[in-house]
Design a protein around this ligand. Structure first.
Ligand SMILES: [Zn+2]
Length: 249
C-alpha cells in the first residue's frame, strides 16, 4: 500500500512538473510522409524526445511545450507561440530526404546530410521557442540569435553535434548556389552568411580541429577576430541564459 501511495505521489509530481517538451508524430496522408512517420515512430532510440528531455531538463520552461511533426502542405518548420509548439512539417523532412538522395554520392552521406539539416532546423526553432516562452531579452536579429543558440548547443554535443553542423553548412552552401536573388530584406541572414557564422563559431570552439579548413576560405585577420569573438559570445550566452537555467553553476 505504502509503495502504491509513493507511486501515486511520484506520478502526480511528474504530472504537476511544468516545462516538459513532448514530441509527437501526427499520422500523415501522403505516401512518402507516411514512410517518414513510420521511421520516426519505430525509432527505438526515441532520439528526438531524448534531445528535448535534455533541453527541458536544462531550462526553467514556464509551461509544457510540444514538438509536433505533421503534414502541413508547406516546406517549413516554425515556432507557434499561441500553441507553445514547434511545428516540423513532414513536407520539409520529405524535401530534405529527396534533396539528399538526389545530390549525395551514397546512402551514408545522404542520411548525414538530411538528418543534420533537419536536426539543426529543430534546434534553431527551439531557439525561437525558448526565447519566446521564457521571454529572453534578445536584441539584434532573432534569426541570427536562433542560429547561434542552435550552434552553441550543438558544439557542446560532441562529434554528433559537430557532424550536424557540418551537414548544415553543406545545406546552406547548396541553397546559396541555387539562390537566384539575394534577399537582403529577409529576416534571415543570407545563406552564405549563415554558413560562415557557423563555421567561425566552430573554429572559435575548436581552433585546432578546424584551423586548416577555415584558413582555406577565411582571411587570417578575420580568423583572429573570430577566436576572440567566440569567447565573448560564450560568456554573453552563459550570462544571458543563467536566470533561465534549472541548475545554474
Ligand atoms: Zn528562424
Amino acid at each position: 500500500m505504502k509503495k502504491l501511495i509513493i507511486i501515486l505521489l511520484l506520478t502526480s509530481v511528474a504530472f504537476a512538473q511544468k516545462g516538459r517538451i513532448k514530441v509527437s508524430f501526427v499520422a500523415p496522408k501522403s505516401e512518402i510522409s507516411r514512410a517518414v512517420h513510420q521511421a520516426f515512430v519505430t525509432d527505438k532510440t526515441n532520439g528526438i524526445q531524448v534531445l528535448m528531455d535534455v533541453i527541458s531538463g536544462e531550462f526553467k520552461l514556464p509551461r509544457n511545450m510540444d514538438v509536433v511533426f505533421a503534414e502541413t502542405g508547406v516546406v517549413n518548420a516554425w515556432y507557434d507561440p499561441e500553441h507553445h509548439a514547434v511545428v516540423m512539417a513532414y513536407d520539409f523532412v520529405e524535401f530534405m530526404i529527396k534533396d539528399a538522395v538526389q545530390n549525395k554520392a551514397n546512402q551514408q552521406e545522404a542520411i548525414e546530410y538530411a538528418t543534420g539539416a533537419i536536426l539543426f532546423t529543430l534546434m534553431h526553432e527551439m531557439g525561437h521557442a525558448l526565447i519566446g516562452e521564457m521571454d529572453v531579452p534578445v536584441v539584434g536579429r532573432e534569426e541570427d540569435a536562433a542560429d547561434e543558440f542552435a550552434t552553441m548547443i550543438l558544439l557542446d554535443c560532441g562529434p554528433q553535434g559537430h557532424q550536424i553542423l557540418g551537414a548544415t553548412m553543406d545545406w546552406f552552401y547548396a541553397m546559396s548556389r541555387n539562390q537566384k536573388d539575394l534577399v537582403f530584406w529577409d529576416e534571415h541572414s543570407l545563406d552564405q552568411q549563415r554558413l560562415y557564422n557557423i563555421l567561425l563559431l566552430m573554429y572559435g570552439h575548436s581552433p585546432d580541429a578546424y584551423g586548416q579548413l577555415v584558413s582555406s576560405v577565411v582571411p587570417k585577420n578575420r580568423m583572429a577576430k573570430a577566436l576572440h569573438e567566440y569567447k565573448i559570445k560564450e560568456h554573453r550566452w552563459d550570462k544571458l541564459l543563467k536566470p533561465y537555467l534549472q541548475h545554474p553553476q
